[in-house]
Design a protein around this ligand. Sequence first.
Ligand code: RIB
Ligand code: CA
Length: 312
Amino acid sequence: MQRKIIIDCDPGQDDALMLFLAFASPRELNILGVCAVAGNVPLEKTQRNICILSDIVGNEKVPIFAGCDKPLTNVGLTAEHVHGREGIDGIDIFSPRTNLESKGAVDFIVDTLLSAADDEITIVATGPLTNIASAILRDPAILPKIREIVVMGGAMKEGGNITPSAEFNIFVDPHAAKIVFECGRPIAAFGLDVTHQVFTSPSVLERIAILDNRVANASHGMLSFFGRYDAQKYRAQGAPLHDPCTIAYLLRPELFELKSCNIRVETNSELTMGHTAVDFWGVTGLPANTEWAHSVHRDGFFDLLIERLSRY
Ligand code: RIB
Ligand code: CA
């Protein structure tokens, strides 16, 4: 049964691999639209990058929308030190044939959800949650239409990657994240605890390289670039594939182990701003609001990713 999804992202090399995985899976996923949000690089680059990636996968029917260019409250932050100046460094940047829709992403999300049936649409969010929170604030009537929100964000045992206590997507817009985690709809969250179990490696890149198609070649270039920073930081052989975990979960949930937890987001403390307080052991007595992913079958994840890349 095809699942209707809206993707919201901030490409980002790992967002790119997430999109490649999603566009390679039309039997399982009906992508209603892809929305850009400011995150890894400013909005004008994330929106352009989605259009470039749309060209690379040969997309001619899924519409692309530009969303929010800054967080709800805090000052914005970008991550060129990780993703490069263009955000998808590792491939040649070109002027894409794919154009943005004139409608804004938040309007698209609200309009699409309002016209849907209850529990019909899944939101996949792999950047700061500004667009999603803005849609909820604009019209809370969209909430019953959301089947599930699948988020890449947060950290518990792994610690933070942009501060000692916060993961980047949540840190950039903690007020938006708080709104999303407290919205009452089913949430599956893929934080650093699980995404740091899927670092790339030279053998993974070799398996991608021998596929030798346009998407695999773009993946190889981007992951080669993306791997340099995190490999040095974590003394690893490559980079963690954060964002593809969301789509892999939708395609093969059995690859992951998740636990029902209450998650709250710090929005006041300067020291721990954006921290996700994951109540993994149920010590607060607060009701669970999230399925927190804590384990993944690494080989199965990469077998899935590479098999889908081979389909292009
Ligand atoms: O912390 C990792 C997350 O922040 C990923 O989604 C990456 O693309 C950046 O958006
Ligand atoms: Ca991202």
